[in-house]
Design a protein around this ligand. Structure first.
Ligand code: GLC
Length: 803
């Protein structure tokens, strides 16, 4: 069954059947203010931090039919009482004549027709604003005049999301709502937790007069809450109770009498939900967004942001699915992961202190540096502020308080208190930034290190370059019995938590790749001595690796603390791991014949029609010596599931050996757009990548999980643009090094780079995968395949002939 379609012209996905297998969501605003809205109009909104400053109560685990966070009711009089329904389908579940949710760039628009009443509700957060807007247009299509009331609803949460769920005494005692009456029947409901009355006030208001309101859930639902969200009893009365809650479960319900609407006539109103220090402070913004023209302006401004964001790179290939992913949906997802890390989604609940992940954000940022370099730089600096002076990094941090945590390592007393990979990612992220922007001054910026203990008197600081060097030094001095880097609590694979002393091949490769990046950087900076020292270390590492890690058909993945391998044919479970193969190429450490063999083994043992598995066979039973990976069944997540984040690494590795056909096959087999026709199997949104798909070791092979916030977004974008199309910035300019399917005649791309526009045309007359015979810049043939930096705000034609 299909639940919707791609509207490429409007850059939207349109849901046409609200009964999707799970809620499909869209993000509005940013972490500064925003959240997500689901395709039935429910929303989770917060300001600055989903765990410590949440506004709307949204419980992901409730059934899809339930009320979640926000909604809108309409009603009209019947012979007896009112007919009440939600134009969002949920929570009243009435039959509809039309239902569409347009999932756009930064907005969702629900268009529905129930009982001859057409509703169009556009939901968004204006750029840099602290308010969620809902512009509602109601059109009477019944053929006769009709009186309609509209009731806008929000359910509040305590600001501390965790407290909301673990304390049902103190929390409701703190929650308060007040009504501020303005002129001409306008009013604003304000809501706060008592201790934040002077600092954080939520406001909910409309641009039309409100005839009555309710702020207490019990009163709104009626009959001691034996009234329900699908049939709130108070809505059978002409007016709501105008009750200002002094405690309890606070809601905001605003009743608009829209009056008599003529046949064919449309009435419009605008609600705002936001948070300010006080109502007085919020007032100018409230007034501004009550004006209908401000909505159009705000939507235009947001449209301009997205046009500029997307225009940084646009491609035209023979494959429309790749085009729609690379031009719209993948960059959008990269923007969202950069904003929200793994903080808040339909699967990541943002409760407690997980915050922004060091390794996650270091990778996410690589997917947006070409589009929003300044914001990316800000995030890079924040990340380095939670790096310790010994070079290792804290695992995550809260962006409001900049307090950092050691992640799950805290919960295992007998395991190391750091992740062996975290700090190394920053080297990759910073070098991507430098190659994109040429902003070499960034290397000299001073950034403090994270304090190791609360009573540390002064914090040590270092330049960005110093942070990068210390990251390498930490791992260089942290090796185990084979001379390979320690695992720490975990490496990229969070869930393999071997005993203290274990070694990780992922950390080995990431360290190797970090060394390669530093060699290139030091050479560019003309620091030959440093480059040489890193080269010696790299060569030594590569030699050790090849002496100890070849298993005959593939590379092993770990050595446990007693020296036994994991990811070897000798193991019963976890015989082969994807990352150990792909990263042996990305780090340049695999010997050529082994590289090919490793990729072949991966193809034979790990690939499925729905994506490549992270390992095989899955563990089948809890084993504390292996750690978290044994807590879930074979074929799920990191335990032999199709963990999508790792698939682009294989794509990149295949392009490194020139296998464009296989890279393309791997790219397409996980393209979410292709899942649109099998949505009942796949379940997740077809317009974004999911984190994982259950593999063929699981009875529900093909089921996608944990969509939106995944490193898959950034890496699929990098794999698609930088390695299949091969358009990659370097220190000297823009390299074009495609590795495409043989059947392609070529492709075109427009890429903005260091204040110039590169119009790239690649032709593939000989139908090969990789290799360039001619490279012309503005009509003149040049040697190599790197177009220079122009920085002149002009267009430049780059013609590439493969051969
Ligand atoms: C999750 C985590 C990420 C980790 C991955 C594999 O996506 O957010 O940090 O690398 O799982 O364990």
């Amino acid at each position: 069954m299909k639940y919707g379609y791609f509207d490429n012209g409007n850059k939207e996905y349109v849901v046409t059947n609200p009964r999707t297998p799970v809620k499909w969501i869209n993000y509005i605003g940013t972490l500064d203010f925003g959240g997500f809205v689901d395709h039935t109009g429910g929303a989770l909104i917060c300001k600055g931090d989903p765990s410590l400053n949440r506004i709307v109560k949204y419980i992901q685990q409730m059934p899809s039919s339930e009320f979640k966070g926000e909604t809108l009711y309409l009603r009209f009089k019947q012979r007896e009482g009112y007919k009440i329904f939600s134009p969002f389908f949920v929570p009243t579940l009435d039959p509809y004549d039309l239902y569409e949710c347009h999932i756009g760039l930064g907005y969702s628009r629900i268009v529905s027709e129930f009982f001859g009443i057409r509703t169009e509700c556009t939901i968004f957060v204006p750029v840099n604003e602290i308010r969620e807007i809902r512009e509602v247009r109601i059109t009477n299509k019944t053929g006769k005049d009709i009186e309609i009331d509209a009731v806008s609803i929000v359910e509040y949460t305590h600001f501390d999301a965790m407290k909301q769920f673990n304390n049902a005494d103190w929390v409701p005692q703190t929650m308060q709502s007040r009504c501020i009456r303005e002129n001409n029947g306008l009013l604003t409901l304000i809501q706060y937790a008592f201790m934040r009355r002077e600092t954080n006030v939520n406001f909910f208001t409309s641009n039309l007069p409100i005839s009555s309101f309710e702020s207490d859930r019990k009163r709104f639902l009626g009959d001691n809450e034996y009234g329900t969200w699908s049939n709130p009893l108070s809505l059978q009365s002409e007016e709501l109770g105008n009750y200002e809650a002094n405690r309890g479960d606070n809601i905001g319900a605003l009743l608009h009498h829209l009056g008599s609407i003529k046949s064919g006539e449309t009435k419009i109103f605008i609600t705002q939900l936001g948070q300010e220090q006080s109502f007085e402070k919020a007032r100018p913004g409230i007034d501004k967004y009550r004006k209908p023209e401000s909505i159009k302006e705000a939507l235009d401004e947001m449209g301009d942001f997205w046009s500029e964001f997307l225009s940084r790179m646009q491609v035209e290939t023979p494959d429309p699915n790749i085009d729609s992913m690379l031009n719209v949906h993948n960059p959008r997802q990269c923007f969202i992961t950069k904003n929200w890390s793994r903080y808040l989604s339909y699967y990541q609940l943002g409760i407690g202190t997980r915050g922004i992940g060091f390794r996650d954000s270091s990778q996410d940022v690589m997917g947006v540096i070409d589009r929003i370099p300044e914001e990316s730089k800000k995030l890079l600096k924040q990340l380095m502020m939670v790096q310790r002076k010994n070079g290792s990094a804290m695992h995550s941090f809260n962006p409001l308080s900049m307090e950092a945590s050691k992640g799950e390592a805290e919960d295992w007393p007998d395991r190391p208190k750091y992740y062996g990979d975290d700090h190394l990612w920053i080297i990759l992220a910073v070098t991507v930034y430098l190659k994109e922007t040429g902003d070499m001054k960034f290397l000299e910026e001073i950034i403090p290190y994270y304090k190791d203990s609360k009573d540390e008197r002064s914090r040590e600081s270092g330049t960005v370059l110093d942070h990068m060097k210390r990251a390498l030094n930490f791992t260089g001095n942290d090796k185990g019995m084979h001379g390979l880097p320690h695992l720490g609590f975990a490496d990229w694979n969070d869930t393999v938590n071997l005993r203290t002393g274990a070694e990780s091949l992922f950390n080995t490769h990431l360290y190797g790749k970090g060394l390669l990046e530093m060699i290139e950087l030091c050479n560019y900076l003309r620091d030959a001595a440093a480059a040489k020292a890193y080269r010696i270390e790299y060569n030594k590492l590569k030699e050790t690796f090849n002496q100890t890690c070849w298993d005959g058909e593939w590379y092993v993945r770990y050595f446990d603390s007693d020296g036994t391998p994991l990811g070897s044919h000798k193991n019963e479970h976890g015989k082969i791991y994807l990352n150990a193969q792909s990263w042996s190429l990305i780090s340049g450490m695999a010997l050529p014949d082994r590289a090919e063999k490793a990729l072949d083994s991966l193809n034979k043992l790990l690939n499925t029609s729905k994506g490549i598995k992270v390992s095989w066979p899955g563990f089948d039973g809890y084993d504390r010596t292996r750690g978290g990976i044994t807590t879930f069944p074979p074929g799920t997540k990191e335990n032999g599931g199709i963990f999508l984040h790792t698939n682009p690494w294989v794509i990149i590795a295949e392009t490194m050996v020139g296998n464009g056909d296989l890279a393309y096959q791997y790219y397409n087999q996980i393209n979410p757009a292709a899942k649109n026709d099998i949505a009942d199997e796949y379940e997740c949104e077809p317009y974004v990548y999911a984190q994982n798909i259950l593999s063929n070791e699981h009875p529900q092979f093909g089921l996608g999980r944990n969509s939106w916030l995944t490193g898959t977004a950034s890496w699929m974008y990098q794999a698609g643009t930088g390695f299949i199309l091969g358009i990659r910035p370097c220190y000297e300019g823009l390299t074009v090094d495609p590795c495409i399917p043989k059947k392609w005649d070529g492709f075109k791309a427009v890429r903005k780079y260091r204040n110039a526009i590169y119009d790239i045309e690649v032709k593939n007359p000989g139908h090969i995968n990789k290799g360039i015979s001619r490279f012309k810049v503005d009509g003149r043939e040049i040697k190599g395949n790197t177009a220079p930096v122009f920085g002149d705000n002009k267009n430049h034609l780059i013609e590439v002939i493969m051969g």
